[in-house]
Design a protein around this ligand. Structure first.
Ligand code: BES
Ligand code: ZN
Length: 456
């Protein structure tokens, strides 16, 4: 192991320069005009997987973006890890808020800035380099490894469930390892044992055939922007409770034991508020900030569009209004059931003066693991050696839809060990990854393979 760790330390600069090439590919899965880039990124991923020594590397076509697969299965008698990550990234708008271009990675104060640096190419690349270090030093891995890197995570992993169901036989493994989350805090590495689920909607409201003069027509027909705002205002009350009937029926209440554990984490509301620039925090009454983020569901408006939004004033009565609305779900809420309840509630709220269309976009199940298993303990030891600190256990508010599928379809538990930071700006301008964490993460990943490989 010492040779592997030495190798990683010696190659630090090369890793950063290679990662920059990976980050230069604008693999934005949400935007059709980037489809070519997404494919190019899949190809780059496959080439890199071959370079580091994985075998049987291929692009597996799906109705959407290809899944990149590779494996190394020669550690006889050792367990098999299924490593999952994603090569697609989120859109970069608003572009003018980026200090340096999103696809020209730039290093400042020990952080690498680029779209995908933390979420998730940088963290995927960390594992590629851990594989490479073992292969270069010993010509083999201490564990069997299958790797799948998908290209649709940021748009809901629509085709991945089918890929997994169709390839059940070839995806056999003992544990799934994922690095697509953040550490609890700088200097506080963590293992994540829970994720929220998601269900996502677009609501379109149409009032008339065309925009109208607001003086000539105003007051005689409904205003879609106003109607939509009124509908949205009825979805959540001022104490943060969601008003969709039946929404809370399946919510698993937090246990006192878990709440007590979370209270021990090094957390400050004051600092959080300051870092976010929020004048005051807001959330469901009766819950702490961590409980609100990790253990309670929420409903958010992700975007709205209607009428005149340019500079100056225009007296117009908009013909249409649109909102994107999503809900984060906790165990044991089911995205399809919540989606049905939400649709029914939107229909109930819709006045007869407008036409309302509800479109389901995507969803994913929440996930929560039992964190006292041999793989989690192995990860704990690996992180401890890589970061010089014992990891804390936390849940996360974000979603990785496939984690529940791994559990349900393949019966494989997941270990989530992320090295991003809470201020990594994922999905926002100036996304970044701390290079010390990236580097320690390569060491920890290499040790993790060794640790898991030794449980024969
Ligand atoms: N890496 C994130 C998920 C995440 C973020 C997990 C922070 C834990 C902590 C992932 O790439 C992501 O953003 N997922 C989407 C999924 C959605 C599009 C179905 C999300 O959570 O919005
Ligand atoms: Zn991600």
């Amino acid at each position: 192991m010492i040779k592997v760790i030495d190798f990683i330390h010696t190659n630090r600069d090369r890793y950063v320069s290679e990662l920059k090439d990976y980050l230069a590919i604008p693999s934005i899965s949400a935007l059709p005009e980037h489809q070519g880039d997404v494919r190019r990124c899949a190809e780059w991923t496959a080439e890199e997987m071959t370079r580091v020594g994985l075998e049987n590397v291929k692009l597996v076509e799906t109705p959407g973006n290809p899944v990149v697969y590779g494996d190394w299965l020669h550690a006889e008698g050792a367990p098999t890890i299924l490593f999952y990550g994603h090569y697609d990234v989120q859109p970069v708008d608003p572009l003018d808020l980026w200090e340096t271009p999103p696809f020209e990675a730039s290093v400042r104060d020990g952080e690498i800035y680029a779209r995908g640096s933390a979420d998730d190419k940088g963290q995927v690349f960390m594992h590629f380099k851990a594989i490479e270090a073992h292969m270069k030093q010993h010509g083999k891995l201490p564990v069997n490894l299958r790797v799948i890197i998908e290209g649709e995570e940021e748009v809901g992993s629509k085709n991945l469930d089918n890929f997994i169901k169709a390839n059940k036989d070839t995806l056999g493994a003992d544990v799934v390892v994922i690095s697509d989350s953040a550490m609890f805090d700088r200097g506080v590495p963590s293992i994540c044992y829970g994720l929220r689920g998601l269900t996502y909607f677009q609501i379109d409201v149409r009032g008339t055939n065309s925009d109208l003069h607001s003086g000539i027509f105003g007051g005689s027909v409904a205003n879609p922007a106003m109607v939509l705002a009124q509908m949205l205002a009825k979805m959540r009350d001022t104490s943060g409770r969601i008003r969709v009937p039946g929404f809370y029926d399946d919510v698993r209440e937090l246990t006192q034991a878990e709440r007590d554990e979370w209270k021990k984490l090094p957390w400050s509301d004051k600092r959080y508020m300051k870092e976010l620039g929020a004048p005051k925090l807001f959330g469901e009454t009766g819950f702490t900030t961590l409980e609100r983020r990790w253990g309670r569901p929420t409903l958010e408006v992700n975007g709205m569009l209607s009428g005149f939004t340019g500079e100056g004033a225009k007296t117009v009565l908009p013909a249409v209004a649109m909102a994107k609305v999503s809900m984060r779900l906790v165990p044991d809420q089911h995205p399809d059931k919540i989606a049905d309840l939400f649709e029914a509630y939107v229909k109930e709220l819709a006045p007869k003066t407008v036409e309302v269309k509800v479109t389901r976009m995507h969803g994913g199940k929440p996930w929560m693991a039992d964190f006292d298993n041999t793989y989690v303990r192995a990860a704990g030891r690996a992180i401890e050696q890589g970061f010089g600190k014992t990891p804390v256990f936390c849940r996360e508010g974000g979603s990785i839809p496939v984690v529940a599928t791994f559990q349900e379809e393949l019966g494989i538990p997941s270990v989530l060990f992320g090295v991003g930071l809470p201020d990594e700006n994922a999905h926002a301008p100036n996304e970044k990854l701390d290079l010390d964490n990236f580097h320690n993460g390569i060491v920890a990943s290499a040790i993790l393979y060794e640790e898991i490989g030794s449980r024969r």
